[in-house]
Design a binder for this molecule. Structure first.
Ligand code: SF4
Ligand code: SF4
Length: 91
């Protein structure tokens, strides 16, 4: 079973309140490399039509890699509220 298939078995209870918030003004003012686009194992960071970074927090694996990779501290990141978030089926 490959990684995509394993991730597909995980279950997400999505909170209506995002647990990851991007401070877009910091991204636009300071960031050239945009590590977040490549670091997320679930590929949740994308660019919209305005070339602005967006995150689909609903599928977050709660690994924290994006928070560590963002050298400009443009992310507000916290674990989802109790009862929400990912439920792993493989470890
Ligand atoms: S790495 Fe941080 S500052 Fe750069 S685009 Fe991503 S969230 Fe914004
Ligand atoms: S915490 Fe991990 S899975 Fe969630 S958005 Fe950041 S890098 Fe992706």
């Amino acid at each position: 079973m490959n990684i995509e298939a394993k991730l597909g078995l995980d279950v997400f209870k999505v909170d209506t309140e995002p647990h990851i918030v991007i401070k877009h003004e910091i991204c636009q003012a300071k960031c050239q490399i945009r590590y977040c686009l490549n670091i997320c194992p679930a590929e949740l960071y994308t660019l919209d039509k305005q070339d602005e970074v967006q995150v689909n927090y609903e599928g977050c694996l709660e690994c924290g890699a994006c928070l560590m990779a963002c050298e400009h501290e443009a992310l507000t990141w916290q674990y989802p509220r109790a009862g929400y978030g990912v439920q792993y089926r493989f470890g």
